[in-house]
Design a protein around this ligand. Structure first.
Ligand code: CA2
Length: 147
């Protein structure tokens, strides 16, 4: 079965607990459950992982090689700073979609820079937590088109 990894970076464990005007009121566990159910109903295995630590995220991308066929990555603030995450995506050659809950281009200028976007298949942002399922559908379409 094709396997997809949803990887969430720093502070996304706070989803649903703070700043609902930006990030909505859904908890990360509920978003993850919806993604797993959506994957299952389309014949895909979905695994979700969150870490606040850059190195853990790098390790998880490395470990995804040979296990997962695509990655949906909301790298949080590391999107705007992390060459290490970009290098991990390039190094593993796993198709990756960059995802953001908020429209980062309607926010502070420092959120307009992404180290992930140039090495990603594409970017989805600004659709709230619904973006996770949008990204899953995009990855399913991308992998289907590639095979
Ligand atoms: O919009 C997104 O998904 C972001 O990746 C979220 C990051 C932010 O640094 C990026 O620029 C855009 C921040 C994640 C913080 O998540 C929270 C969720 C609820 C309450 C507080 C923080």
């Amino acid at each position: 079965m094709t396997s997809l990894l949803i990887l969430n970076g720093p502070n996304l464990n706070l989803l649903g607990m703070r700043q609902p005007e930006i990030y909505g009121s859904e908890m990360l566990a509920d978003v993850s459950a919806s993604c797993i159910a959506h994957g299952a109903s389309n014949g895909y295995a979905v695994t979700c992982f969150q870490s606040n630590h850059e190195g853990d995220l790098v390790d998880t991308i490395h470990d995804a090689k040979g296990t997962h066929d695509g990655i949906i990555l909301n790298a949080g603030a590391y999107t705007h700073t992390s060459i290490a995450l970009a290098d991990a995506i390039v190094g593993t050659e796993i198709p990756t979609i960059e995802l953001h809950i908020s429209n980062v281009y309607a926010r502070e200028a420092f959120r307009h820079k992404s180290y992930i976007a140039p090495v990603a298949v594409g970017v989805i942002c600004g659709f709230g937590t619904a973006g996770y399922v949008l990204a899953l559908n995009a990855m399913i379409g991308h992998l289907g088109a590639a095979s």
